[in-house]
Write a protein that binds this ligand. Structure first.
Ligand SMILES: C[S@@+](CC[C@H](N)C(=O)[O-])C[C@H]1O[C@@H](n2cnc3c(N)ncnc32)[C@H](O)[C@@H]1O
Length: 265
């Protein structure tokens, strides 16, 4: 089989995901290959047939290939941990721009550690503590922090948002993309999203359980709110305004959806 034929096969099988798959498998834009009649090496073809089978069965591409592009990093990911989203890059951008000099920040609900890794990479003056309840997430965070040589500025600790906060140090800021999907929307998740961990997605009946708890616990633990940057769902801004007593700023993402809730402690 040549590259032109391979591209045609992928396009028929994957439709909208065609471009992303070509990029993952061949590290090229499909346009570069559409007229390429060179033979595809056998080894690549056999990998391709395994990958295509898994993706056609609904497995997310990022799990199949083991990484996701995020900001200007390639974040390792695996089943059991949320795939980093493009939507979250706006939080990273905000943190890079606004964290105070030498800030010590928490990446609360860290998942793959994508937020901490991107911020630490671009803000060499900062340090982080990554916290998550999931062992698999902590393992992935460890991998990603190591991949970018950030270990000396990053600690990783198992932590339950709904548990005891007394052991936490004082942070200059909390960066947090918590589970925030409400009960109604959990029932209509696309099939590929259903392959991601339920505990990384479900934010309680109204989607706001984590925000409620983090705001309450932060007030008690820090004796006032620290600087917090939350990622929020596109329809959660009013809920966050109420939870913060209208002391927050809502910012939009590049698609013009409400995406960040910023509390300036
Ligand atoms: C929406 S994911 C965000 C992951 C990552 N920060 C990102 O942006 O890709 C939420 C994370 O919260 C973690 N989590 C769920 N319940 C938790 C809890 N009670 N305490 C701490 N972390 C929790 C999940 O394991 C998951 O990694």
């Amino acid at each position: 089989m040549n590259y032109k034929e391979l591209c045609a096969e992928i396009k028929t099988a994957l439709k909208d995901d065609f471009r992303a798959y070509c990029q993952y498998l061949l590290d090229k834009n499909p346009e570069e290959l559409l007229f390429d009649k060179a033979d595809v090496p056998e080894e690549l073809l056999s990998k391709h047939s395994e990958y295509l089978k898994r993706i056609s069965a609904g497995e997310p591409m990022q799990y199949v290939f083991g990484y996701a592009p995020f900001y200007d990093l390639y974040i390792d990911c695996a089943p059991g941990v949320l795939i980093p989203r493009f939507d979250t890059e706006v939080l990273v951008e905000e943190a890079i721009k606004t964290l105070p000099q030498n800030a010590y920040f928490a990446d609360l609900c860290c998942g793959t550690g994508c937020i901490a890794a991107a911020v630490l990479k671009h803000r060499e003056d900062t340090k982080a503590l990554c916290l998550d309840i999931s062992d698999k997430a902590l393992e992935m965070t460890g991998k990603n922090v190591k991949k970018y040589g950030l270990q000396s500025r990053c600690n990783i600790q198992k932590f339950d948002v709904f548990g005891n906060w007394s052991g936490l140090p004082r942070f200059d800021a909390i960066l947090c993309n918590p589970p925030y999907i409400n009960a109604k929307d959990m029932k209509t998740l696309p099939d590929n999203v259903k392959k991601e961990p339920y505990e990384a997605l479900y934010g309680g009946e109204d989607g706001l359980d984590f925000y409620r708890e983090i705001i309450k616990k932060s007030k008690d633990h820090f004796k006032g709110l620290p600087h917090i940057i939350f990622e929020i769902g596109y329809d959660e801004a009013d809920g966050l305004r109420e939870l913060t007593g209208f002391k927050c700023e809502i910012k939009k993402d590049l698609s013009n959806n409400d995406r960040l809730c910023i509390i300036r402690g």
